[in-house]
Design a protein. Structure first.
Length: 340
């Protein structure tokens, strides 16, 4: 989940001007809450959940304990912020930027930092902390990536983190001078993505497999423009924020459950900003964690739009009731725009 009570907003170009900062704080209530060591409550739970998603796992106990403060300090150091352990508006802003919800803090930073929040927003895999016994799409992604990088002992990409996956991951970590923990973290994913060419400087090709882009039908270490998915050429790749809508009248007022062209809504349809993704485009959407949508990703079509769908946002149609649609929440996804 994303932080509790965090509203989605368009990026602001100059987030630190007084009016822009006030607008950000109004749209994202978390930014109004300064958290100090040993504070407790709802906003600390929010902070802990967000830190975990961004690759800084901490106990989910609602208290700014020593582990949480240490994680905050690591995050601040990675972003070039003042390392205080106190969560102020600038720290909240960079946390939200990790989910693509705000621009990064544009004030004073320590020189030479890597902009981790931007990487985390662009590459959802980097937020996945995986270990022995875990299951799911991201485990299959890891398995396919390790196999492509020359660790066949990982076995099939079956989405089950068992002994073979553990051995392959430890071997990869050892070969790359990383702490041999047998668990994925930001540093491990960064090395994986770099070697696959996703972060530059590595090797990338169009071979099939799962891949860190998260495609469930064809991987390719780097599914970039020029590759293919299900035989369709990839025209563009977008890292976006996704929400969901359903067939209810409230979701489709005043037009009812039909798409932009008046056709009945069907699974696989997505609403887009036509200035970013042309209507009627074929798309492949991946990177979400929702258990109701097809595991790994789905092939769909941009057949709808909406007043709130502006810029790097999509709305995924789900043929389910309001609770299931609401449970989707807000998720970072990768959208591949495909040709015919």
């Amino acid at each position: 989940m994303l932080g509790l009570g965090l509203a989605l907003s368009p990026a602001l170009a100059h987030a630190e001007s007084p009016s822009a900062l006030a607008r950000l704080e109004a749209e994202h209530p978390a930014m109004q809450h300064v958290l100090y060591p040993w504070d407790s409550g709802r906003w600390v739970f929010t902070l802990q959940a967000d830190l975990g998603l961004l690759g800084y796992p901490v106990p989910f106990n609602g208290t700014m304990d020593t582990a949480t403060v240490a994680a905050v300090r690591r995050f601040q150091a990675d972003q070039g912020l003042a390392v205080t352990g106190v969560v102020n508006a600038a720290t909240w802003q960079d946390i939200l930027a990790g989910f693509g919800l705000t621009p990064r803090y544009d004030g004073s930073r320590v020189p030479g930092t890597a902009g981790l929040a931007r990487l985390l927003a662009e590459h959802p895999a980097m937020r996945q902390v995986l270990g022995y016994g875990d299951q799911g799409h991201w485990v299959a992604t890891l398995q396919a990536d390790l196999a492509q990088l020359g660790y066949p002992e990982v076995g099939p990409d079956d989405g089950i983190f068992g002994p073979r996956t553990l051995a392959a991951l430890k071997a990869f970590q050892a070969d790359n001078g990383l702490p041999v923990t047998g668990r994925t973290d930001v540093a491990t994913w960064k090395r994986v993505l770099s070697q696959l060419g996703v972060l530059g400087g590595g090797r990338a090709n169009g071979s099939s497999g799962q891949g860190s882009g998260g495609s469930g039908t064809q991987a390719g270490a780097d599914l970039a423009a020029g590759g293919t998915i299900d035989g369709r050429p990839i025209l563009a790749v977008h890292h976006m924020i996704a929400t969901a809508y359903g067939p209810s009248w409230s979701d489709n007022y005043p037009y009812g459950p039909v798409d932009y062209f008046g056709q009945p809504l069907e699974p696989g349809m997505v609403a887009v900003d036509p200035s970013v993704i042309p209507l009627k485009s074929w798309v492949y959407v991946t990177g979400y964690t929702d258990p109701v949508l097809p595991a790994g990703g789905f092939l769909g079509r941009a057949m709808d739009e909406g007043d709130a769908i502006v810029g790097d946002r999509i709305d995924i149609y789900m043929d389910h009731g309001p609770q299931t649609v609401s449970d989707f929440g807000i998720e970072p996804v990768t959208v591949y725009v495909l040709g015919n």
